[in-house]
Ligand binder design. Sequence first.
Ligand code: 5GP
Ligand code: ZN
Length: 111
Amino acid sequence: MSCIFCRIAKKELPSKIVYEDDSVLAFEDIAPQAPIHILVIPKKHYSTVLEIDDKTLIGHIFTVINEIAQQKRFSEKGFRVVVNCNSDGGQTVYHLHFHILAGRRMFWPPG
Ligand code: 5GP
Ligand code: ZN
């Protein structure tokens, strides 16, 4: 299995875990683009957002994102959730992941 995020999900590679349950893992991004930069992944491998076939999973991921925002106390100031898809979207790791960025003012358009 060469997928880096599958290996992180299986604990074959280390990560700084923020949240975990049976279907989802959240961990700190290795190259943070904001004071808080967390990645939320399904443990099941989907290469891109285009492969999503499970609405329950996506609802659950957003519930987890909201819980992290409350627990880390950045919900009120605000944050950004980003999913990059394929080359024009800037995707570099082909295991579906949701970026949570917080702790600074975000810019728009994101570039
Ligand atoms: P993408 O560009 O695919 O949307 O985002 C991939 C993200 O994964 C990047 O923000 C990158 O810093 C992060 N990343 C890549 N490899 C690793 C790793 O081995 N560990 C962690 N924690 N993050 C990684
Ligand atoms: Zn994977």
